[in-house]
Design a binder for this molecule. Sequence first.
Ligand code: HEC
Length: 249
Amino acid sequence: MDSFEWNKIAGWVLTAAIAVLGLSIVTGMIYAPHAPEKPGYIVEGVELEADAAGPAAEAEKPIAFYLASANLEKGANVFKKCAACHTITPGGANGIGPNLYATVGKSHAHVAGFAYSSAMLETKGKTWDFDGLNEWLKSPKAYIPGNKMSFAGLGKPQDRADVIAYLNSQGSNLPLPAVPAETAAAAPADTAAPGGTVTPAAEKTPVLPGKAPDVAEAEINAATAAQPQNNRGGPGASDVTGTAKNEKQ
Ligand code: HEC
């Protein structure tokens, strides 16, 4: 009697265990995790662009250099990335971020009625000058750790200069900073096309072709070449493999 009861209990426990195992296998098959091919939401980022720019990215000049050839139209275009969160019209509504009209030259966190982060409020004594804006837009989280602007940053200095010049043109109109002497010599002031920008010399440096893609390709080729021989099994498999081999030779 007793042992019979115990057998019943053991049986139920075993059944439950098998059921759980089976369920987890089935759900695993149904809900196989897929890494998305592309991340769903890409914020233009320092990290991403720094990769693309390669070694040339290190040779960045002071922002005044890029501002000297800044292009307002391009800046307005870059601002589209900001417009998801910011308006820039006079008296424009605050969105996820504060209204940015006439922000250049104002103190940090100057917009009344916007709920700034405490990290931003702690820097209230600072002014949004050209250098500050440059650092901020390069990497908001590096410039003011703990702030709540969810924006990775603009990797290209000319993009930053263009958008800063655009911000400045919207209600501030401060004189652009003078280009420092050592970079002024390199600044091709007279080659600036009408309304166009000059690509800084550093960005023209040819980027050496990376090794990585070749290696990856070679590996893929090797993998596909190896496949016909493997992955075959069961009745009739030898025929199939045989033809596959013949085709190859
Ligand atoms: C995802 C939304 C978002 C995007 C995109 C964004 N911002 Fe912001 N921005 C914010 C928020 C939120 C704050 C307030 C940060 C805080 O209080 O910590 C802010 C603050 C700022 C400030 C400081 C304003 C002040 O009153 O002190 C400036 C300047 C600024 N952003 C410029 C830009 C520019 C230029 C871009 C585009 C290149 C941009 N932002 C993109 C959300 C955003």
